[in-house]
Design a protein around this ligand. Structure first.
Ligand SMILES: [Zn+2]
Length: 78
């Protein structure tokens, strides 16, 4: 499976929160029209965030929470 592009990973959280400047958002969306790896990454990221938000922190086993957090943080560590 191919990896998403670094610049997409970098902006993804802001993109999903719609906090990006319009021109950056537009260029990301153009990229997502063309890049399968990034589309797959966005889909996975979004569903993970949705899952996290749907769970009360206290109900989430700490082991699962840290692995989800590691997944979400992965993009900023390389
Ligand atoms: Zn890409």
């Amino acid at each position: 499976m191919s990896s998403p592009c670094a610049h997409v990973v970098e902006f993804l959280a802001d993109y999903l929160e719609q906090r990006l400047p319009a021109d950056v958002q537009a260029s990301l969306e153009r990229h997502l029209d063309a890049c399968r790896a990034c589309v797959a990454h966005v889909r996975t990221y979004r569903s993970t965030v949705t899952l996290l938000r749907s769970l009360c922190d206290d109900e989430l086993p700490s082991e699962l929470r840290s692995s989800l957090q590691a997944f979400l943080d992965r993009g900023s560590q390389n």
